[in-house]
Design a protein around this ligand. Sequence first.
Ligand code: CP
Length: 317
Amino acid sequence: MRHLLSTKTLGYDEAIGLLDVAEDMAATQQREVKKLPTLRGKAVVNLFFEDSTRTRISFEAAAKRLSADVINFSAKGSSVSKGESLKDTAQTLEAMGADAVVIRHSASGAPRTLASSGWISAGVLNAGDGTHEHPTQALLDAFTMRKRAHGSASRARDLNGMHVVIVGDILHSRVVRSNVWLLSTLGAHVTLVAPPTLLPVDVSGWPVRISYDLDEVLRGEPDVVMLLRIQSERMHDAFFPNSREYSRRWGLDDARFARLPQSTIVMHPGPMNRGLEISSLAADSVQSTVREQVTNGVSVRMAALYLLLSGDREDSL
Ligand code: CP
């Protein structure tokens, strides 16, 4: 891999290969000494133009577990406030030594621009761009689903036949786009449940079923229910839903959660708004994978950095 920008362009074998390397990484994280020498001498720049807790810190943890140096950049408090461009910011950081750039940006397409413009020569990993994609989130979600479905026999397996329901603000979610492409590549069936005002105009071309009735969809006993928050920071161009109405119609409240089969897993990419799109009972239940997703995120990002930066090196994990 030269860059990781999208799951839409990730083929079946590449996706399974990445999840299998993440399995290897997860196994190393069970050891007493978690640090590996694999990326010693490499430097990873975290270039974050938007806020983040999970993604930025887990990329940092992943790089450090592989012994890479990490340089953290946050647009807040930087010379971006003085008008410095993406090109100049990226080139400035690369000049301090960067083998990979992990970028989060509010502009859809910023990571692809960085990767294809020739401004920098480092590998680029998309950590979330506008409403476009968040590929490592989808990979850690798929890893989590595969692990729950197949346990220790996950290696080389896909998600064939699984029914995944994704509920909420689809329009503004980069997580949902990356998930839809990856889940369909891996053989899962996806149903999106959302208010009509929070669905993208091109959704009819996506490999998904659409429903406006959460209770009807949940009666079908899906394997996975993934809740999304209202992404108000990207809502300048859309109808802003009433929180109480959103919660009543699109939230996994206690009553809906109680009706789910015990085999259905409850996922959320975070950050969660408890009591709005997900109840605390559901979020803290044994069916919830919220914390597992965070743990798996480190292994998946270790795999992505390893595949981008290790080249032909054959260091054992
Ligand atoms: N899931 C996710 O992207 O979370 P952060 O915004 O905290 O990184």
